[in-house]
Design a binder for this molecule. Structure first.
Ligand code: PKZ
Length: 219
């Protein structure tokens, strides 16, 4: 795919970095992401006094200043190297550098895609339960990933229909997505979200291999 074919919004950064160096970089940043995510949860649940809040804010501002001494602009985008590795660490569902992303862990399975996560206080919607918007994100991402693996290219959500079957309690949850049918550029993907209560939400989505990413004979 040439840069000319790629839309203007598709930020792509080429880096001269080996797979080993990339793994080292990942090992450097992922703990920070986890700590920031934990900070969000602790801030929600904390009951300390005003002096402790003021002190915590000083430390957070100091951390912000340290990290801010060297920053990229805009979004992270898609980074690639010349060995064919690609990493989108700003992704809102699974980005390694994105503390806003839920703590999804992809587990290899033969039939489609499986993500596991333990949802804490930062993901609450109805009291004690996972917010419906997060449920939509998880179903969307797992389904998109399943389509991506089969289609071998960037698949975009065309339509996503969700049925919320019962409240999803905070805590451990599992998403399972699989491609039901496919044509050259279009995938119909089903996904379920389950907790210890059983399936709490299910979706059916149409995912489309972006026109600009198709091989000419596929268009
Ligand atoms: C670490 C390394 C990283 C590597 C990387 C890994 C990433 C791996 C995980 C990714 C996981 C992402 C999961 C989240 C995915 C989003 O969140 S994507 C963001 C939300 N979606 C969007 O922004 C999409 C916006 N819409 C569009 O860009 C375009 O309308 C679309 C959806 C791409 C379709 O446009 P198009 O390519 O021009 O489609 P077109 O050729 O006209 O139609 C092709 C077929 O699709 C059908 N179709 C078109 N639009 C629709 C629609 N909206 N609904 C249903 N069917 C449709 C057509 O009817 C046609 O069907 P057939 O005639 O073939 O039967």
């Amino acid at each position: 795919m040439s840069n000319e074919q790629r839309p203007v919004w598709h930020k792509r950064v080429t880096e001269a970095i080996s797979a080993d160096e990339l793994a080292e970089r990942e090992a450097l940043w992922v703990p920070l992401t986890e700590e920031v995510r934990e900070l969000v949860s602790t801030a929600i649940l904390s009951e300390v006094d005003e002096h402790a809040v003021a002190l915590a804010r000083q430390h957070i501002r100091a951390a912000q200043e340290i990290l801010g001494t060297k920053v990229d602009t805009g979004s992270f985008g898609m980074h690639v190297n010349d060995e064919g590795l690609a990493w989108n660490w700003g992704n809102a569902a699974t980005g390694q550098k994105n503390a806003v992303a839920p703590p999804l862990c992809q587990v290899p399975i033969a039939d489609g895609v499986r993500y596991e996560a333990d949802f804490g206080a930062g993901y609450e919607g109805p009291p004690g339960c996972l917010h419906g918007g997060w449920i939509a994100l998880i179903l969307d991402h797992a389904s998109g990933r399943a389509a991506h693996l089969e289609g071998n290219g960037p698949t975009f959500t065309g339509t996503l229909t969700i049925r919320y079957l019962q409240p999803t309690r905070l805590g451990p949850a599992v998403a399972h997505a699989w491609v039901e049918t496919r044509t050259a550029n279009k995938f119909v993907v089903r996904c379920t979200l389950s907790t210890e209560d059983g399936v709490t939400a299910e979706s059916e989505g149409v995912f489309v291999l972006a026109r600009w990413a198709r091989k000419p004979q596929e268009d």
